[in-house]
Write a protein of this length. Structure first.
Length: 293
């Protein structure tokens, strides 16, 4: 009986041992699984924190980029305003400089006029009392006829502006002889004036208005020769062509008009010269003989 009980106990113990071992293994695997789950949760939490930190960093970086862009745009705007203001100041300075240069040129001409008039004034002051006084304002004889006098205007102390304006007034009033004389006196007193080419051109225009076409051609030639960089050269060529046309010099007139078109294209004298050339071509074209019936 004892042997039977012992055998049963041994058999039960033999059966229970693998069951406990298997249960222990399951418990260990469950524990390891819980540890893995905890680690996964910790990793998930850490990743979530990293994502939040990255979002916050990106947001802060974008904010700083926007602030930097705003600062750059503002800086460029300020620089643009500063450059515009500087450009305006430069333009204003250039205009003032040009105005000052113009005034200096006028002052130079005024000084030149004074230098021209001072020696004559000094000679009058230092002349002996019994010496005849040479007065440019005094009437002077004309030709060999005694007693026939002409009034010679004095240019002593006159400014270039006044001389030019006076001569131009005579031209506008149709007093062409006085205008020619006034512009000639102007050119003698101020040969390097900026209006010298205008004066010489108006001399030619005055001769043209009096139908003195030979003299007008000579005056226009002086404009072309003496003032090649002036703004009257194109008109001088054109009006020389008109004078040559009036004299019947069609070939010479054609050369003058062609020179205007070639050297001064897209200008008013060139447009008018083209019309004159067309008129010359029409005049030179032979007439069509009438058809016989």
């Amino acid at each position: 009986m004892r042997k039977t009980i012992l055998f049963v106990l041994v058999a039960a113990a033999a059966v229970a041992a693998p069951a406990r071992a298997q249960n222990r293994e399951h418990l260990q695997m469950a524990a390891e699984l819980r540890i893995l789950q905890q680690q996964n949760q910790e990793l998930a939490n850490t990743l979530t924190q990293l994502i939040q930190l990255l979002n916050e960093t990106t947001k802060a970086l974008n904010t700083r980029i926007d602030q930097t862009n705003d600062s750059i745009r503002k800086g460029f705007a300020d620089q643009s305003l500063t450059l515009n203001a500087t450009a305006g100041d430069v333009r204003k300075t250039l205009a003032q400089t040009q105005d000052a240069a113009t005034r200096l040129g006028e002052l130079k001409e005024e000084v030149q006029a004074l230098r021209t008039s001072i020696p004559a004034l000094l000679s009058r002051l230092t002349a002996p009392p019994d010496a005849p006084v040479s007065d440019q304002n005094a009437p002077a004889p004309v030709g060999d006829a005694p007693g026939v006098i002409a009034q010679q205007p004095s240019t002593l102390g006159l400014s270039p502006e006044r001389m030019f304006s006076t001569a131009m007034s005579d031209f506008g009033a149709g007093n062409f002889a006085a205008a020619i004389q006034g512009f000639q006196e102007f050119l003698k007193a101020f040969p390097t004036s900026a209006r010298a080419d205008d004066a010489q051109q108006t001399i030619g225009d005055s001769e043209f208005q009096q139908n003195h076409f030979e003299q007008a051609i000579a005056a226009y030639n002086l404009v072309i020769q003496n003032y090649p960089k002036g703004d009257q050269v194109g008109w001088a060529y054109f009006k020389r062509g008109l004078s040559q046309t009036r004299l019947g010099q069609s070939a010479n007139a054609r050369v003058s008009f062609e020179t205007v078109v070639k050297q001064f294209p897209d200008t008013e004298p060139a447009v008018m010269a083209l019309a004159r050339l067309q008129a010359l071509e029409n005049t030179a074209a032979p007439a069509t003989p009438p058809r016989r019936p």
